[in-house]
Design a protein around this ligand. Structure first.
Ligand SMILES: [Zn+2]
Ligand SMILES: [Zn+2]
Length: 210
């Protein structure tokens, strides 16, 4: 989804909210203010639509994750840094960033063991009762979740970094041997991410059953 052109100087911004099942409205909200010294304010310019977003829209739930209305949605996003907290290093205003949508505590046993993906306090953007979704003009994000992308990289592609990372992780777990044959079940964005990463990993024969 493309947001409207930058309107950084307004004190309000627009959030897209699920207001009930299969209903998405635009609401005005105060532009977020920096809270923690390590926070970054990002003007969100691209948001991909994940299969999970479609489930929340159509069914209002995934398993026991129930959407509580109104709710924000979206997690595959990219944008431009517009403000920095005083403790942020390695990012500048104007940097274009891909966003890691999983917010982790950095302190629990899982984080300390290098398994941030199973952080005991993990909160994910756009998941019910977790972090605010990405479908908004501005989002306050921890600096560690903002990854600068090269100036030449289109933001459409930067928003695809998150699903592409899913494919990369799957291919790494598969530990493909040279020349391996592999079946990829499903040719949606995640299946195609697996395909790209498998092809990039070396000679192999991917098959996408139809
Ligand atoms: Zn997703
Ligand atoms: Zn943790």
């Amino acid at each position: 989804m493309r947001s409207r052109p930058s309107i950084c100087h307004r004190s309000l911004h627009e959030d897209r909210l699920f207001t009930r099942l299969r209903k998405l409205d635009v609401a005005e909200a105060p532009r977020p203010k920096l809270q923690r010294p390590g926070d970054v304010l990002v003007h969100i310019e691209r948001v991909g639509v994940c299969g999970s977003d479609v489930h929340y829209y159509l069914h209002g739930r995934i398993g026991d994750q129930l959407v509580q209305y109104p709710a924000t949605v979206g997690h595959e996003c990219a944008g431009t840094v517009v403000e920095l907290g005083p403790a942020v290093r390695g990012l500048r205003v104007g940097d274009r960033v891909a966003v890691e949508p999983a917010f982790v505590c950095g302190e629990c046993d899982q984080c300390r063991a290098g398994r941030e993906n199973t952080c005991r306090k993990l909160k994910f953007m756009g998941c019910p009762n977790e972090e605010a979704g990405a479908v908004a003009e501005y989002r306050l994000l921890p600096a560690q979740n903002c990854v600068p992308v090269p100036a030449a990289l289109d933001l459409d592609l930067a928003a695809l970094v998150e699903p592409l990372a899913v494919g990369l992780h799957a291919v790494r777990l598969a530990a493909l041997r040279p020349g391996a044959k592999l079946a990829i079940l499903g040719a949606g964005p995640i299946g195609l991410s697996v395909l790209l990463c498998a092809k990039g990993s070396g000679p192999c024969t991917p098959m996408l059953p139809t």
